[in-house]
Design a protein around this ligand. Structure first.
Ligand code: FAD
Ligand code: NAD
Length: 466
Protein backbone atom coordinates (compact mmCIF):
# COMPACT_ATOMS: atom_id res chain seq x y z
CA UNK A 1 0.00 0.00 0.00
CA UNK A 2 1.50 3.37 -1.04
CA UNK A 3 2.08 5.75 1.89
CA UNK A 4 1.74 9.56 1.88
CA UNK A 5 2.37 12.35 4.37
CA UNK A 6 -0.71 14.24 3.16
CA UNK A 7 -3.64 13.15 1.01
CA UNK A 8 -6.08 15.68 -0.37
CA UNK A 9 -9.55 14.63 -1.49
CA UNK A 10 -10.89 16.95 -4.20
CA UNK A 11 -8.93 18.97 -6.78
CA UNK A 12 -10.83 22.29 -6.79
CA UNK A 13 -9.07 25.58 -5.93
CA UNK A 14 -8.91 24.45 -2.29
CA UNK A 15 -7.50 21.00 -3.03
CA UNK A 16 -5.04 21.68 -5.84
CA UNK A 17 -3.58 24.77 -4.15
CA UNK A 18 -3.21 22.78 -0.91
CA UNK A 19 -1.44 20.02 -2.90
CA UNK A 20 1.07 22.47 -4.40
CA UNK A 21 1.80 24.11 -1.03
CA UNK A 22 2.19 20.68 0.65
CA UNK A 23 4.65 19.64 -2.06
CA UNK A 24 6.55 22.95 -1.74
CA UNK A 25 6.91 22.24 1.98
CA UNK A 26 8.48 18.84 1.23
CA UNK A 27 5.55 16.54 2.03
CA UNK A 28 4.91 13.39 -0.01
CA UNK A 29 1.50 14.42 -1.35
CA UNK A 30 -1.43 12.64 -3.00
CA UNK A 31 -4.43 14.29 -4.68
CA UNK A 32 -7.63 12.34 -5.33
CA UNK A 33 -10.23 13.55 -7.87
CA UNK A 34 -13.33 11.65 -8.96
CA UNK A 35 -13.60 13.42 -12.34
CA UNK A 36 -11.19 12.94 -15.21
CA UNK A 37 -10.14 16.61 -15.19
CA UNK A 38 -8.62 18.51 -12.27
CA UNK A 39 -9.78 21.92 -11.06
CA UNK A 40 -13.13 21.17 -9.38
CA UNK A 41 -16.25 23.27 -9.70
CA UNK A 42 -14.31 26.50 -10.19
CA UNK A 43 -12.36 25.48 -13.29
CA UNK A 44 -14.82 23.02 -14.86
CA UNK A 45 -18.32 24.39 -14.19
CA UNK A 46 -17.90 27.55 -12.12
CA UNK A 47 -15.67 30.61 -12.09
CA UNK A 48 -13.77 30.07 -15.34
CA UNK A 49 -16.50 28.90 -17.75
CA UNK A 50 -18.98 31.47 -16.42
CA UNK A 51 -16.46 34.27 -16.95
CA UNK A 52 -15.69 32.98 -20.46
CA UNK A 53 -19.40 33.22 -21.38
CA UNK A 54 -19.73 36.56 -19.59
CA UNK A 55 -16.89 37.94 -21.71
CA UNK A 56 -18.29 36.58 -25.00
CA UNK A 57 -21.81 37.84 -24.28
CA UNK A 58 -20.44 41.23 -23.21
CA UNK A 59 -18.65 41.58 -26.56
CA UNK A 60 -21.92 40.74 -28.32
CA UNK A 61 -23.89 43.21 -26.22
CA UNK A 62 -21.38 45.98 -26.85
CA UNK A 63 -21.32 45.22 -30.56
CA UNK A 64 -25.11 45.44 -30.74
CA UNK A 65 -25.66 48.34 -28.32
CA UNK A 66 -22.51 50.45 -27.96
CA UNK A 67 -20.31 50.10 -31.03
CA UNK A 68 -22.40 52.46 -33.16
CA UNK A 69 -21.73 55.30 -30.68
CA UNK A 70 -18.00 54.57 -31.06
CA UNK A 71 -18.39 54.90 -34.84
CA UNK A 72 -18.22 51.19 -35.56
CA UNK A 73 -21.00 49.91 -37.75
CA UNK A 74 -21.75 46.22 -38.06
CA UNK A 75 -24.43 44.72 -40.26
CA UNK A 76 -26.05 41.31 -39.72
CA UNK A 77 -24.65 40.82 -36.25
CA UNK A 78 -25.49 37.35 -34.92
CA UNK A 79 -24.79 35.49 -31.69
CA UNK A 80 -23.41 32.00 -32.31
CA UNK A 81 -24.03 30.29 -28.97
CA UNK A 82 -22.38 27.02 -30.00
CA UNK A 83 -19.14 28.84 -30.88
CA UNK A 84 -19.28 30.72 -27.55
CA UNK A 85 -19.68 27.40 -25.74
CA UNK A 86 -16.87 25.84 -27.77
CA UNK A 87 -14.53 28.73 -26.89
CA UNK A 88 -15.55 28.36 -23.24
CA UNK A 89 -14.72 24.64 -23.41
CA UNK A 90 -11.28 25.47 -24.88
CA UNK A 91 -10.59 27.93 -22.06
CA UNK A 92 -11.66 25.33 -19.49
CA UNK A 93 -9.48 22.63 -21.09
CA UNK A 94 -6.38 24.85 -21.18
CA UNK A 95 -6.92 25.84 -17.54
CA UNK A 96 -7.52 22.27 -16.31
CA UNK A 97 -4.54 20.96 -18.31
CA UNK A 98 -2.49 23.65 -16.57
CA UNK A 99 -3.36 22.09 -13.20
CA UNK A 100 -2.31 18.63 -14.43
CA UNK A 101 1.02 20.18 -15.47
CA UNK A 102 1.42 21.83 -12.06
CA UNK A 103 0.79 18.51 -10.29
CA UNK A 104 3.55 16.86 -12.35
CA UNK A 105 5.90 19.81 -11.83
CA UNK A 106 5.40 19.61 -8.06
CA UNK A 107 5.57 15.79 -7.99
CA UNK A 108 2.09 15.39 -6.54
CA UNK A 109 0.69 11.86 -7.10
CA UNK A 110 -2.75 12.18 -8.68
CA UNK A 111 -5.31 9.39 -8.23
CA UNK A 112 -8.41 9.46 -10.40
CA UNK A 113 -11.48 8.01 -8.71
CA UNK A 114 -13.87 8.51 -5.83
CA UNK A 115 -12.05 8.76 -2.51
CA UNK A 116 -13.56 7.46 0.73
CA UNK A 117 -12.25 6.79 4.21
CA UNK A 118 -11.83 3.15 5.27
CA UNK A 119 -10.35 4.41 8.54
CA UNK A 120 -8.82 7.72 9.60
CA UNK A 121 -5.49 6.87 7.96
CA UNK A 122 -6.62 4.66 5.07
CA UNK A 123 -8.39 5.88 1.96
CA UNK A 124 -9.90 3.86 -0.85
CA UNK A 125 -9.89 5.30 -4.38
CA UNK A 126 -12.51 3.71 -6.60
CA UNK A 127 -11.93 4.43 -10.27
CA UNK A 128 -14.03 3.29 -13.24
CA UNK A 129 -12.03 0.12 -13.70
CA UNK A 130 -9.81 -0.34 -10.66
CA UNK A 131 -9.58 0.29 -6.95
CA UNK A 132 -6.51 1.43 -4.96
CA UNK A 133 -5.97 1.90 -1.26
CA UNK A 134 -3.51 4.40 0.15
CA UNK A 135 -2.23 5.09 3.63
CA UNK A 136 -1.87 8.67 4.82
CA UNK A 137 -0.61 10.47 7.94
CA UNK A 138 -2.83 13.51 7.33
CA UNK A 139 -5.85 14.17 5.11
CA UNK A 140 -7.33 17.39 3.78
CA UNK A 141 -10.98 17.11 2.74
CA UNK A 142 -11.64 19.56 -0.13
CA UNK A 143 -14.72 17.98 -1.70
CA UNK A 144 -16.52 21.27 -2.37
CA UNK A 145 -20.22 21.76 -3.00
CA UNK A 146 -23.14 20.98 -5.33
CA UNK A 147 -26.16 23.12 -6.35
CA UNK A 148 -28.99 23.28 -3.82
CA UNK A 149 -32.67 23.21 -4.73
CA UNK A 150 -36.06 23.06 -3.03
CA UNK A 151 -37.89 19.69 -2.83
CA UNK A 152 -40.69 21.29 -4.88
CA UNK A 153 -38.29 22.50 -7.58
CA UNK A 154 -36.89 19.33 -9.11
CA UNK A 155 -33.91 19.85 -11.38
CA UNK A 156 -34.53 17.87 -14.60
CA UNK A 157 -31.34 19.30 -16.19
CA UNK A 158 -33.32 19.99 -19.39
CA UNK A 159 -35.77 22.80 -18.65
CA UNK A 160 -35.24 23.26 -14.91
CA UNK A 161 -31.49 23.66 -14.76
CA UNK A 162 -28.58 24.58 -12.52
CA UNK A 163 -25.54 26.68 -13.41
CA UNK A 164 -23.84 23.57 -14.83
CA UNK A 165 -26.45 23.11 -17.57
CA UNK A 166 -26.75 26.87 -18.11
CA UNK A 167 -23.10 26.79 -19.25
CA UNK A 168 -23.94 24.23 -21.95
CA UNK A 169 -27.32 25.23 -23.42
CA UNK A 170 -28.01 24.26 -27.04
CA UNK A 171 -30.17 27.33 -27.70
CA UNK A 172 -30.63 30.87 -26.42
CA UNK A 173 -33.74 30.74 -24.18
CA UNK A 174 -36.70 32.84 -25.24
CA UNK A 175 -37.68 33.44 -21.63
CA UNK A 176 -35.31 32.42 -18.85
CA UNK A 177 -36.78 32.48 -15.36
CA UNK A 178 -34.02 32.83 -12.79
CA UNK A 179 -34.83 31.64 -9.29
CA UNK A 180 -32.59 33.53 -6.86
CA UNK A 181 -31.15 37.01 -7.34
CA UNK A 182 -27.73 36.12 -5.91
CA UNK A 183 -24.39 35.85 -7.70
CA UNK A 184 -25.08 32.91 -10.03
CA UNK A 185 -28.56 34.14 -10.98
CA UNK A 186 -27.28 37.57 -11.94
CA UNK A 187 -24.09 36.47 -13.71
CA UNK A 188 -25.70 33.74 -15.82
CA UNK A 189 -28.93 35.75 -16.17
CA UNK A 190 -26.76 38.55 -17.63
CA UNK A 191 -25.19 36.18 -20.14
CA UNK A 192 -28.55 35.25 -21.66
CA UNK A 193 -30.11 38.72 -21.33
CA UNK A 194 -27.18 40.09 -23.38
CA UNK A 195 -27.77 37.40 -26.01
CA UNK A 196 -31.41 38.42 -26.34
CA UNK A 197 -33.36 36.25 -23.88
CA UNK A 198 -36.11 37.77 -21.81
CA UNK A 199 -34.80 37.23 -18.26
CA UNK A 200 -37.01 37.41 -15.16
CA UNK A 201 -35.33 37.17 -11.77
CA UNK A 202 -37.41 36.03 -8.79
CA UNK A 203 -35.79 36.90 -5.47
CA UNK A 204 -37.06 36.17 -1.97
CA UNK A 205 -35.36 39.19 -0.33
CA UNK A 206 -36.34 42.81 -0.97
CA UNK A 207 -33.17 43.45 -3.00
CA UNK A 208 -30.87 41.56 -5.31
CA UNK A 209 -27.44 40.45 -3.98
CA UNK A 210 -29.06 40.90 -0.55
CA UNK A 211 -25.99 40.04 1.52
CA UNK A 212 -23.92 42.88 0.05
CA UNK A 213 -24.18 46.59 0.95
CA UNK A 214 -27.77 47.61 0.09
CA UNK A 215 -26.64 50.47 -2.15
CA UNK A 216 -24.98 47.98 -4.54
CA UNK A 217 -28.10 45.87 -5.13
CA UNK A 218 -30.16 48.99 -5.75
CA UNK A 219 -27.74 50.38 -8.37
CA UNK A 220 -27.15 46.99 -10.00
CA UNK A 221 -30.89 46.42 -10.35
CA UNK A 222 -31.23 49.83 -12.02
CA UNK A 223 -28.48 49.10 -14.53
CA UNK A 224 -29.51 45.51 -15.29
CA UNK A 225 -33.11 46.69 -15.78
CA UNK A 226 -31.79 49.10 -18.44
CA UNK A 227 -30.13 46.06 -20.05
CA UNK A 228 -33.56 44.41 -20.24
CA UNK A 229 -33.68 42.15 -17.18
CA UNK A 230 -36.82 42.23 -15.04
CA UNK A 231 -36.91 41.72 -11.29
CA UNK A 232 -39.56 40.38 -8.95
CA UNK A 233 -38.33 41.10 -5.43
CA UNK A 234 -39.94 39.80 -2.23
CA UNK A 235 -41.07 36.79 -4.26
CA UNK A 236 -40.65 33.43 -2.58
CA UNK A 237 -40.48 30.63 -5.13
CA UNK A 238 -42.53 27.68 -3.93
CA UNK A 239 -42.43 25.25 -6.84
CA UNK A 240 -41.72 24.61 -10.51
CA UNK A 241 -43.23 22.25 -13.07
CA UNK A 242 -42.06 21.39 -16.53
CA UNK A 243 -43.64 20.04 -19.67
CA UNK A 244 -41.53 19.17 -22.71
CA UNK A 245 -41.00 22.77 -23.85
CA UNK A 246 -42.25 24.91 -20.99
CA UNK A 247 -41.59 25.68 -17.37
CA UNK A 248 -44.12 27.03 -14.91
CA UNK A 249 -42.65 28.59 -11.77
CA UNK A 250 -44.85 29.29 -8.76
CA UNK A 251 -44.10 31.97 -6.20
CA UNK A 252 -45.68 33.93 -3.39
CA UNK A 253 -45.37 37.71 -3.51
CA UNK A 254 -45.03 40.15 -0.57
CA UNK A 255 -48.78 40.14 0.04
CA UNK A 256 -48.80 36.33 0.20
CA UNK A 257 -50.56 36.13 -3.18
CA UNK A 258 -49.72 33.17 -5.43
CA UNK A 259 -48.22 34.18 -8.79
CA UNK A 260 -46.98 32.13 -11.74
CA UNK A 261 -44.28 32.69 -14.34
CA UNK A 262 -44.10 30.84 -17.64
CA UNK A 263 -40.86 30.44 -19.59
CA UNK A 264 -38.90 27.93 -21.63
CA UNK A 265 -36.05 27.51 -19.12
CA UNK A 266 -35.74 27.98 -15.36
CA UNK A 267 -32.29 28.49 -13.82
CA UNK A 268 -32.26 27.49 -10.16
CA UNK A 269 -29.66 29.59 -8.32
CA UNK A 270 -30.64 29.19 -4.68
CA UNK A 271 -27.20 28.53 -3.25
CA UNK A 272 -24.98 25.46 -2.93
CA UNK A 273 -24.70 22.64 -0.39
CA UNK A 274 -21.54 20.96 0.93
CA UNK A 275 -20.63 17.73 -0.86
CA UNK A 276 -19.71 14.76 1.35
CA UNK A 277 -21.59 11.96 -0.39
CA UNK A 278 -20.04 8.48 0.04
CA UNK A 279 -16.96 9.97 1.64
CA UNK A 280 -17.00 7.40 4.47
CA UNK A 281 -16.81 10.15 7.12
CA UNK A 282 -18.38 7.72 9.61
CA UNK A 283 -15.44 5.30 9.14
CA UNK A 284 -13.02 8.05 10.14
CA UNK A 285 -15.31 9.45 12.85
CA UNK A 286 -15.48 12.96 11.28
CA UNK A 287 -18.43 15.12 12.41
CA UNK A 288 -20.64 17.33 10.24
CA UNK A 289 -22.92 20.15 11.44
CA UNK A 290 -26.70 20.47 10.99
CA UNK A 291 -26.23 21.89 7.46
CA UNK A 292 -23.98 19.01 6.40
CA UNK A 293 -20.80 21.12 6.54
CA UNK A 294 -17.72 19.47 8.00
CA UNK A 295 -17.09 20.91 11.47
CA UNK A 296 -13.66 22.48 11.88
CA UNK A 297 -11.84 24.47 14.55
CA UNK A 298 -9.87 27.66 13.88
CA UNK A 299 -7.00 25.56 12.49
CA UNK A 300 -9.47 24.02 10.00
CA UNK A 301 -8.96 20.73 11.82
CA UNK A 302 -11.92 18.37 12.19
CA UNK A 303 -12.69 16.53 15.42
CA UNK A 304 -10.12 13.94 14.19
CA UNK A 305 -6.64 15.38 14.74
CA UNK A 306 -5.05 14.25 11.45
CA UNK A 307 -8.01 15.26 9.24
CA UNK A 308 -8.53 18.85 8.04
CA UNK A 309 -11.24 20.33 5.80
CA UNK A 310 -11.25 23.44 3.59
CA UNK A 311 -13.25 25.38 0.99
CA UNK A 312 -16.95 25.06 0.21
CA UNK A 313 -17.33 21.96 2.41
CA UNK A 314 -16.70 24.02 5.59
CA UNK A 315 -18.24 27.19 7.06
CA UNK A 316 -17.75 30.60 5.47
CA UNK A 317 -18.07 32.15 2.03
CA UNK A 318 -18.24 29.70 -0.88
CA UNK A 319 -15.52 31.40 -2.91
CA UNK A 320 -12.55 30.04 -4.81
CA UNK A 321 -10.05 32.50 -3.31
CA UNK A 322 -11.26 31.65 0.21
CA UNK A 323 -10.73 27.93 -0.55
CA UNK A 324 -7.22 28.69 -1.91
CA UNK A 325 -6.23 30.63 1.22
CA UNK A 326 -7.47 27.75 3.36
CA UNK A 327 -5.47 25.21 1.30
CA UNK A 328 -2.26 27.13 1.95
CA UNK A 329 -3.22 27.66 5.61
CA UNK A 330 -3.67 23.94 6.31
CA UNK A 331 -0.48 22.88 4.49
CA UNK A 332 1.52 25.42 6.53
CA UNK A 333 -0.26 24.43 9.77
CA UNK A 334 0.67 20.76 9.25
CA UNK A 335 4.26 21.91 8.61
CA UNK A 336 4.26 23.57 12.04
CA UNK A 337 4.09 27.14 10.73
CA UNK A 338 1.72 29.77 12.14
CA UNK A 339 -0.29 31.00 9.13
CA UNK A 340 -3.19 33.45 9.35
CA UNK A 341 -6.34 34.17 7.34
CA UNK A 342 -8.22 37.42 7.79
CA UNK A 343 -11.75 36.21 7.01
CA UNK A 344 -13.05 39.78 7.35
CA UNK A 345 -11.02 40.82 4.32
CA UNK A 346 -12.08 38.27 1.72
CA UNK A 347 -13.43 40.29 -1.21
CA UNK A 348 -16.78 39.47 -2.80
CA UNK A 349 -17.24 40.11 -6.53
CA UNK A 350 -20.16 39.83 -8.96
CA UNK A 351 -19.01 39.69 -12.59
CA UNK A 352 -21.99 41.43 -14.17
CA UNK A 353 -21.35 44.60 -16.17
CA UNK A 354 -20.89 46.88 -14.37
CA UNK A 355 -18.99 44.67 -11.95
CA UNK A 356 -19.74 44.74 -8.24
CA UNK A 357 -17.07 44.32 -5.58
CA UNK A 358 -17.03 44.63 -1.84
CA UNK A 359 -14.73 44.36 1.15
CA UNK A 360 -15.14 44.85 4.90
CA UNK A 361 -18.26 45.97 6.71
CA UNK A 362 -21.42 46.99 4.89
CA UNK A 363 -23.22 50.16 6.02
CA UNK A 364 -26.00 47.98 7.47
CA UNK A 365 -23.48 45.99 9.55
CA UNK A 366 -21.88 49.16 10.91
CA UNK A 367 -25.32 50.48 11.93
CA UNK A 368 -26.22 47.18 13.62
CA UNK A 369 -22.91 47.13 15.49
CA UNK A 370 -23.36 50.74 16.62
CA UNK A 371 -19.98 51.76 15.16
CA UNK A 372 -19.66 55.49 14.47
CA UNK A 373 -18.73 55.85 10.83
CA UNK A 374 -18.55 58.41 8.07
CA UNK A 375 -19.23 57.73 4.43
CA UNK A 376 -18.12 59.20 1.13
CA UNK A 377 -18.54 58.26 -2.50
CA UNK A 378 -17.60 59.07 -6.06
CA UNK A 379 -19.77 58.41 -9.14
CA UNK A 380 -18.16 56.99 -12.29
CA UNK A 381 -20.02 59.58 -14.37
CA UNK A 382 -17.51 62.11 -12.98
CA UNK A 383 -14.51 60.00 -14.11
CA UNK A 384 -12.80 61.01 -17.35
CA UNK A 385 -11.65 57.44 -17.95
CA UNK A 386 -15.19 56.10 -17.51
CA UNK A 387 -16.59 58.71 -19.91
CA UNK A 388 -13.96 57.79 -22.52
CA UNK A 389 -15.04 54.15 -22.42
CA UNK A 390 -18.78 54.91 -21.94
CA UNK A 391 -18.86 53.08 -18.59
CA UNK A 392 -20.40 55.78 -16.46
CA UNK A 393 -22.84 53.70 -14.39
CA UNK A 394 -22.02 53.07 -10.74
CA UNK A 395 -19.97 54.51 -7.90
CA UNK A 396 -17.45 53.74 -5.20
CA UNK A 397 -18.59 54.10 -1.60
CA UNK A 398 -16.11 54.22 1.27
CA UNK A 399 -16.99 53.77 4.94
CA UNK A 400 -14.52 54.87 7.59
CA UNK A 401 -14.33 55.16 11.36
CA UNK A 402 -15.55 58.66 12.32
CA UNK A 403 -12.81 59.15 14.92
CA UNK A 404 -9.74 57.40 13.49
CA UNK A 405 -10.56 57.67 9.74
CA UNK A 406 -9.57 53.96 9.32
CA UNK A 407 -11.27 52.43 6.27
CA UNK A 408 -13.92 49.97 7.47
CA UNK A 409 -15.62 49.01 4.20
CA UNK A 410 -15.40 49.69 0.47
CA UNK A 411 -18.30 48.94 -1.88
CA UNK A 412 -18.04 49.55 -5.57
CA UNK A 413 -20.13 49.02 -8.66
CA UNK A 414 -18.58 50.05 -11.93
CA UNK A 415 -16.07 49.24 -14.66
CA UNK A 416 -13.33 46.80 -13.59
CA UNK A 417 -14.50 46.85 -9.95
CA UNK A 418 -13.39 43.19 -9.68
CA UNK A 419 -9.79 44.27 -10.22
CA UNK A 420 -10.02 47.61 -8.44
CA UNK A 421 -11.18 46.08 -5.14
CA UNK A 422 -7.62 44.78 -4.67
CA UNK A 423 -6.41 48.28 -3.77
CA UNK A 424 -9.06 48.51 -1.07
CA UNK A 425 -8.09 45.06 0.27
CA UNK A 426 -4.42 46.09 0.51
CA UNK A 427 -5.41 49.38 2.15
CA UNK A 428 -7.54 47.61 4.74
CA UNK A 429 -4.94 44.87 5.41
CA UNK A 430 -2.51 47.69 6.27
CA UNK A 431 -5.26 49.50 8.22
CA UNK A 432 -5.02 52.58 6.03
CA UNK A 433 -7.09 55.69 6.65
CA UNK A 434 -9.03 57.42 3.86
CA UNK A 435 -6.50 60.29 4.20
CA UNK A 436 -3.68 57.79 3.41
CA UNK A 437 -5.33 56.77 0.13
CA UNK A 438 -6.30 60.35 -0.67
CA UNK A 439 -2.60 61.33 -0.55
CA UNK A 440 -1.37 58.49 -2.81
CA UNK A 441 -0.79 59.41 -6.47
CA UNK A 442 -3.05 57.44 -8.85
CA UNK A 443 -2.34 57.36 -12.59
CA UNK A 444 -4.56 59.52 -14.80
CA UNK A 445 -6.81 58.68 -16.51
CA UNK A 446 -7.71 55.42 -14.75
CA UNK A 447 -10.76 53.99 -13.06
CA UNK A 448 -8.66 53.71 -9.89
CA UNK A 449 -8.65 57.50 -9.46
CA UNK A 450 -12.29 57.09 -8.43
CA UNK A 451 -11.19 55.24 -5.27
CA UNK A 452 -8.87 58.13 -4.38
CA UNK A 453 -11.73 60.58 -5.05
CA UNK A 454 -14.14 58.55 -2.88
CA UNK A 455 -11.52 58.60 -0.10
CA UNK A 456 -11.09 62.38 -0.51
CA UNK A 457 -14.86 62.71 -0.20
CA UNK A 458 -14.90 60.52 2.92
CA UNK A 459 -11.95 62.08 4.69
CA UNK A 460 -13.10 65.70 4.48
CA UNK A 461 -15.46 66.23 1.55
CA UNK A 462 -12.63 67.45 -0.65
CA UNK A 463 -13.06 65.33 -3.80
CA UNK A 464 -11.72 67.24 -6.78
CA UNK A 465 -14.08 66.23 -9.58
CA UNK A 466 -17.50 66.44 -7.85
P1 FAD B 1 -14.73 22.45 -5.60
O1 FAD B 1 -14.20 23.41 -6.57
O2 FAD B 1 -16.20 22.16 -5.61
O3 FAD B 1 -13.93 21.10 -5.84
C1 FAD B 1 -14.22 19.92 -5.16
C2 FAD B 1 -13.71 18.76 -5.98
O4 FAD B 1 -13.78 17.58 -5.17
C3 FAD B 1 -14.56 18.45 -7.21
O5 FAD B 1 -13.75 18.35 -8.34
C4 FAD B 1 -15.20 17.09 -6.90
O6 FAD B 1 -15.36 16.28 -8.04
C5 FAD B 1 -14.17 16.48 -5.97
N1 FAD B 1 -14.71 15.46 -5.07
C6 FAD B 1 -15.79 15.55 -4.26
N2 FAD B 1 -15.93 14.41 -3.54
C7 FAD B 1 -14.91 13.61 -3.91
C8 FAD B 1 -14.51 12.31 -3.51
N3 FAD B 1 -15.15 11.64 -2.57
N4 FAD B 1 -13.43 11.76 -4.11
C9 FAD B 1 -12.73 12.44 -5.07
N5 FAD B 1 -13.06 13.68 -5.47
C10 FAD B 1 -14.12 14.26 -4.88
N6 FAD B 1 -16.07 31.62 -6.79
C11 FAD B 1 -15.27 32.69 -6.92
O7 FAD B 1 -14.49 32.99 -6.03
N7 FAD B 1 -15.33 33.47 -8.04
C12 FAD B 1 -16.18 33.20 -9.06
O8 FAD B 1 -16.20 33.93 -10.06
C13 FAD B 1 -17.03 32.08 -8.95
N8 FAD B 1 -17.89 31.77 -9.93
C14 FAD B 1 -18.67 30.65 -9.82
C15 FAD B 1 -19.57 30.38 -10.83
C16 FAD B 1 -20.40 29.28 -10.75
C17 FAD B 1 -21.35 28.98 -11.87
C18 FAD B 1 -20.29 28.41 -9.62
C19 FAD B 1 -21.15 27.19 -9.53
C20 FAD B 1 -19.41 28.69 -8.60
C21 FAD B 1 -18.60 29.82 -8.68
N9 FAD B 1 -17.72 30.17 -7.66
C22 FAD B 1 -16.93 31.29 -7.77
C23 FAD B 1 -17.59 29.36 -6.45
C24 FAD B 1 -16.35 28.45 -6.54
O9 FAD B 1 -16.47 27.64 -7.70
C25 FAD B 1 -16.22 27.59 -5.31
O10 FAD B 1 -16.24 28.40 -4.15
C26 FAD B 1 -14.93 26.81 -5.34
O11 FAD B 1 -14.87 25.98 -6.47
C27 FAD B 1 -14.78 25.94 -4.08
O12 FAD B 1 -13.58 25.25 -4.15
P2 FAD B 1 -13.38 23.86 -3.41
O13 FAD B 1 -11.97 23.47 -3.69
O14 FAD B 1 -13.82 23.95 -2.00
O15 FAD B 1 -14.39 22.82 -4.10
P1 NAD C 1 -26.58 32.92 -3.44
O1 NAD C 1 -26.63 32.52 -2.02
O2 NAD C 1 -25.63 33.95 -3.88
O3 NAD C 1 -28.02 33.42 -3.91
C1 NAD C 1 -29.19 32.71 -3.67
C2 NAD C 1 -30.35 33.69 -3.65
O4 NAD C 1 -31.57 32.96 -3.64
C3 NAD C 1 -30.36 34.59 -2.41
O5 NAD C 1 -30.39 35.95 -2.82
C4 NAD C 1 -31.63 34.18 -1.66
O6 NAD C 1 -32.26 35.26 -1.00
C5 NAD C 1 -32.50 33.65 -2.80
N1 NAD C 1 -33.55 32.69 -2.38
C6 NAD C 1 -33.46 31.72 -1.44
N2 NAD C 1 -34.63 31.03 -1.36
C7 NAD C 1 -35.47 31.58 -2.29
C8 NAD C 1 -36.79 31.28 -2.73
N3 NAD C 1 -37.51 30.29 -2.22
N4 NAD C 1 -37.32 32.05 -3.73
C9 NAD C 1 -36.61 33.06 -4.29
N5 NAD C 1 -35.36 33.36 -3.92
C10 NAD C 1 -34.78 32.62 -2.95
O7 NAD C 1 -26.38 31.54 -4.24
P2 NAD C 1 -25.96 31.27 -5.75
O8 NAD C 1 -26.17 32.47 -6.58
O9 NAD C 1 -26.65 30.00 -6.11
O10 NAD C 1 -24.42 31.00 -5.63
C11 NAD C 1 -23.92 29.89 -4.87
C12 NAD C 1 -22.54 30.14 -4.37
O11 NAD C 1 -21.61 30.19 -5.44
C13 NAD C 1 -22.46 31.43 -3.62
O12 NAD C 1 -22.07 31.12 -2.31
C14 NAD C 1 -21.41 32.23 -4.29
O13 NAD C 1 -20.49 32.75 -3.38
C15 NAD C 1 -20.71 31.25 -5.23
N6 NAD C 1 -20.48 31.97 -6.51
C16 NAD C 1 -19.63 33.03 -6.49
C17 NAD C 1 -19.44 33.76 -7.64
C18 NAD C 1 -18.51 34.93 -7.61
O14 NAD C 1 -17.71 35.03 -6.70
N7 NAD C 1 -18.57 35.83 -8.58
C19 NAD C 1 -20.14 33.45 -8.79
C20 NAD C 1 -21.02 32.40 -8.76
C21 NAD C 1 -21.17 31.65 -7.59
Amino acid sequence: MEKFDITIIGSGPGGYVAAIRCAQLGFKTALIERYSTLGGTCLNVGCIPSKALLDSSEHFFNASHNFAAHGIEIKNLKANLQQMIKRKADVVKQTCDGITFLMKKNKVSVFQGHGSFISKNTIKVKGDKSETTIETKNTIIATGSKPFSLPSVLIDKKRIITSTEALELKEIPKHLIVVGGGVIGLELGSVYARLGSKVSVLEFADSIIPTMDKSLGKELQKVLSKQGMEFFLSHKVTGAKTSSKEVLVQAENKEGKKVEFKGDYCLVALGRKPYTENLGLENAGVKVDSQGKIEVNDKLQTNVESIYAIGDVVRGAMLAHKAEEEGVFVAETIAGEKPHINYHLIPGVVYTWPEVASIGFTEEQLKNKGINYKSGSFPFKASGRARASMDTDGFIKVLADSQTDEILGVHMIGPRAADMIAEAVVAMEYRASTEDIARICHAHPTFTESFKEACLDTTSRRAIHI
